[in-house]
Design a protein around this ligand. Structure first.
Ligand code: GLN
Length: 359
């Protein structure tokens, strides 16, 4: 059989993260490609999950999500941002932020609708828009993944102005909300007139180092959350029940936890940036996320394909996040959410690997 994949998905292929993690497995290279921590999250969060499993939280969750988690999500929005969210009609728990994004596109868009997205573009956005039969219009605005940028309030205000002026709906991906090292995270929904027209998406994965749990959520006005729910019920229905219970405990962690999280990742950022410089690569500034981009000589895709053999390290070519790959041609993304010893090993290999060019 040939050409069985629907044309909507033609051209998306296998994600760069899957390809590069497989390459790391095959070659034994240090994987600074796909962004996932190599240490477990807080012990009490893991314990809460196993306790929930032992306590019988093993069947479907309610469609909207386990009530305790929805209450914790609403409390989190209030605690950190002063946002008031209805834990029933205003919260939908999803299979990670990725499903929330897909469900938002499927639930909100008509075929042919236009979605304005910021480039460089995280891969699932384009695919979700395509699955909904909608059209994307790309605007260069450097969002947090892969660039490590954190939007200032003034920049967000400019975005909000366009959204209000044209009576648009905003969908925001805020999964790195607690990994901010310069400035602070400002949810678009907190800006004037935006709470009623913004769907805010986040997850447990990055904040609690549990990317494999795939517990995410969308919050916002009931109409927008209802659209996510309408699609989500037919995608994966409702599961991950014990992990949802643990998520409630996780979000309630004290301020010390959240502060330490950011300072520990900031230290890793500095460690990797220093190492990249020592290896002759120039890192770009990182205000948030656990990614740093570095300029390489020549083509980043070729550089990343050759790097495992040449130096025993895997990274992600940033060009894949652009519609016009030439724009990000010489940028390469490295993840620093790794143990210090792993970062040091990667740096030693990059230094020994010597050259910054693909040759
Ligand atoms: N969000 C992760 C990253 O940017 C990857 C997630 C995935 O593999 N799809 O590296």
């Amino acid at each position: 059989m040939s050409d069985v994949i629907a044309s909507r998905l033609a051209g998306f292929g296998t994600t760069i993260f899957t390809e590069m993690s497989a390459l790391a497995e095959r070659t034994g290279a240090v994987n600074l490609g796909q962004g996932f921590p190599d240490e477990d999250g807080p012990a009490e969060v893991l314990e809460a999950a196993t306790a929930a499993m032992r306590d019988g939280w093993n069947q479907y969750a309610p469609l909207a999500g386990v009530p305790a988690l929805r209450a914790a999500i609403a409390a989190h929005q209030e605690r950190f941002y002063g946002l008031s969210v209805d834990p029933d009609a205003g919260v939908q728990v999803t299979f990670g932020a990725t499903e929330a994004i897909a469900a938002a596109m499927l639930g909100l868009l008509e075929p042919g609708d236009e979605v304005v997205v910021f480039e460089p573009l995280y891969d699932s956005y384009g695919a979700s828009i395509a699955m909904a039969g909608a059209v994307r219009r790309v605007v260069t605005l450097r969002p947090h993944n892969p660039t490590g940028k954190v939007f200032s309030r003034a920049e967000l205000e400019a975005v909000a102005e366009v959204v209000r002026e044209h009576d648009l709906v905003a969908v925001t991906d805020e999964v790195y909300e607690h990994l901010v090292y310069e400035g602070s995270h400002v949810p678009l929904a907190t800006l004037e007139g935006m709470a009623d027209r913004t769907l805010t998406i986040s997850s447990l994965g990055k904040t609690f180092s549990v990317t494999g749990w795939k517990i995410g959520w969308a919050t916002g006005p009931p109409e927008l959350v209802g659209a996510v729910r309408a699609a989500k019920q037919f995608l994966s229905f409702a599961g991950g029940t014990p992990l949802q219970v643990a998520g409630a405990a996780a979000l309630a962690m004290d301020d010390v936890f959240y502060a330490r999280l950011a300072s520990s990742f900031a230290a890793k950022r500095d460690r990797l940036c220093d190492g990249l410089r020592a290896a002759g690569l120039e890192p770009l500034p990182v205000a948030g996320t656990y990614f740093v981009n570095a300029m390489v000589e020549g083509d980043g895709v070729e550089f990343c394909r050759a790097l495992p053999e040449r130096a025993g390290v895997v990274a992600i070519p940033t060009a894949v996040f652009y519609d016009d790959p030439d724009v990000g041609r010489s940028l390469v993304r490295f993840a620093f959410c790794k143990r210090d010893a792993v970062i040091d090993e990667a740096v030693a290999r990059l230094v020994a690997g010597g050259r910054t060019s693909a040759g």
